[in-house]
Design a protein around this ligand. Structure first.
Ligand code: UDP
Length: 495
């Protein structure tokens, strides 16, 4: 690499690795990518994170805190060419791109290759490795033009990736006419896992639009041609699936998680990718007043949406459960007045017992408080892993994409979850029920996870055991720690 530009060196003049992160501009992809970059930087690598202005604005406080503590990380902004790609001005983050503009958005992001490449050539040190989200297949050209290896970054677990991969490579749905007909996932070691087509359609698959069909193929080619994989998971939780995925793809997989534990050594409050809708101190004081393990935390991540009837059923179920709760309603302000009134009335009825957060919550901070005893989650991978890291059992309520497989991992493989029984996607589907999960189901699932029966105790025991393993993985001598060190060493500039 030295021949292509000035190599990165440490303060002592040693050559060091320089990773260029190109995350997908969506919270669930961005947050773990930034945490991974910070972990690599903690161990001596230089990291550059490329993002659009809205992304950069979200990430900047975290990066500034890290830089102030001496970490060699830099954040570089690249605006999208809205006019050229026909995108509305300012739509530069997955959560502010109108659905009908998604194709243009992916086109516009791909156009960033040129400015990113020019920037990297002009600003020493020269990169030694590109770490790109799997949704950016165009980074194959970027890395090859720069003459550096490219790793695919996944904010997903190996179990989910292997299930998707095997379903596709063994044509598991061949001859299956109904989308809700379960088939056995072929080629898995251990437990038999059943999945339907709507639960595992494949990434960017199953959308009968030529653009997405081609894009799905492009993504698959880029994944197959990568020089390796970086994943936010840990060895002891899913060893057979990590090994299976590595073998199936014939490439090295570096499991580096749970990356949220970076903030154990840094400061948890600095992890805000959005300004929080509640002061972290206020939230902690509220939790301080509750008994250990008594509070259930409810959040559906940064994208999932519940229709008005469903959101009210959920609230009524939480109320009926009798347990203290923190309920995060990300988009509370988007509901019509009757629903907003419902939130106010519920809040008044459960005053002191229930806390509603209308907007962004300091999730990892809340989950790590001893008063929290369970998590009602949409099973986004980050949330699922954050529950594992905090040693919490979960009520699983998948909405779309990989969440169904994450649920299966939590409930069927790890034995730390109780499902509310959703089997079909609740979003991005042609027809969805108004109320997929009734209040009684919510009540029962919460009581079951938070209760003191034998099964609940067993679930808690398994969750605590996993949390210990998660921590051990990130400590010196642990598997994820070792993988981070290996990345830092392996991608040093060639001498
Ligand atoms: N998150 C948060 N506060 C919120 C909602 C989400 O800090 O109010 C974080 C959460 O801790 C996780 C990420 O956002 O790290 C969401 O990722 P996940 O994969 O769970 O779900 P997605 O948003 O991608 O559906």
């Amino acid at each position: 690499m030295g021949s292509q530009g000035q190599a990165a060196t440490s303060d002592h003049g040693e050559a060091v690795a320089h990773f260029v992160f190109i995350p997908l501009m969506a919270q669930g992809h961005l947050i773990p990518a930034v945490d991974t970059a910070l972990l690599l930087a903690t161990h001596g690598a230089i990291c550059t994170i490329a993002g659009t202005p809205a992304t950069a604005a979200r990430v900047r406080p975290t990066i500034d805190t890290a830089r102030a503590s001496g970490l060699p990380v830099r954040l570089v902004e690249f605006p999208l060419d809205y006019a050229k790609s026909g995108l509305p001005e300012g739509a530069d983050n997955m959560d502010n791109v109108p659905a009908q503009h998604m194709q243009s958005y992916f086109d516009a992001v791909a156009l960033l290759r040129e400015p990113i490449e020019s920037y990297l050539r002009a600003h020493a040190p020269y990169p030694t490795c590109v770490v790109a989200d799997f949704c950016h297949p165009w980074t194959t050209v970027l890395a090859s033009n720069l003459g550096v290896p490219r790793l695919t970054f996944f904010s997903m677990c190996a179990f989910c990736l292997l299930c998707h991969h095997n379903v596709e490579r063994f044509n598991a749905f061949e001859g299956v006419t109904r989308d809700d007909e379960p088939v056995v996932v072929p080629g898995l070691e251990g437990k038999q896992i059943m999945v339907t087509r709507t639960q595992a359609p494949g990434f960017f698959r199953g959308i009968p639009v030529p653009f997405w069909e081609e894009f799905g193929d492009y993504v698959e080619r880029a994944r197959a041609e990568a020089d390796g994989v970086v994943m936010n998971t840990f060895e002891a939780m899913e060893p057979e699936y990590l090994a299976g995925y590595s073998e199936a793809r014939k490439m090295k997989v570096w499991s580096v998680g749970p990356v949220s534990l970076y903030h154990e050594t840094a400061t948890l409050a600095a992890r805000g990718m959005n300004a929080t809708a509640i002061d972290a101190g206020e939230c902690l004081r509220w939790l301080d007043g509750k008994e250990a393990g008594s509070v259930v935390y409810v959040s559906f991540g940064s994208i999932a949406y519940s229709n008005p009837k469903q959101v009210m059923e959920l609230g009524l179920g939480l109320e009926a459960s009798g347990h203290p709760f923190i309920w995060v309603v990300r988009n509370a302000h988007e509901y019509d007045e009757p629903v907003r009134d419902f939130f106010d009335e519920l809040e008044a009825r459960v005053s002191g017992r229930g806390l509603l957060i209308r907007g962004w919550a300091p999730q990892v901070l809340i989950l790590s408080h001893p008063a929290v005893g369970g998590f009602v989650t949409h099973c986004g991978w980050n949330s699922t892993l954050e529950a594992v890291t905090a040693g919490l059992p979960v009520v699983t309520w998948p909405h779309f994409t990989d969440q169904f497989l994450n649920e299966k991992l939590a409930v069927e493989v790890l034995g730390i979850g109780v499902s509310v029984g959703v089997t079909e996607p609740l979003m991005y589907a042609p027809a969805t029920k108004e109320v997929a999960v009734g209040r009684e189901v919510v009540e029962e699932a919460v009581r079951s996870v938070m209760g003191d029966g034998e099964e609940a105790e067993e679930r808690r025991r398994r969750a605590r055991e996993l949390a210990e393993k998660a921590r051990a993985a990130m400590k010196e001598g642990g598997s994820s720690h070792g993988n981070i060190l290996d990345l830092v060493t392996r991608f040093k500039p060639a001498s």
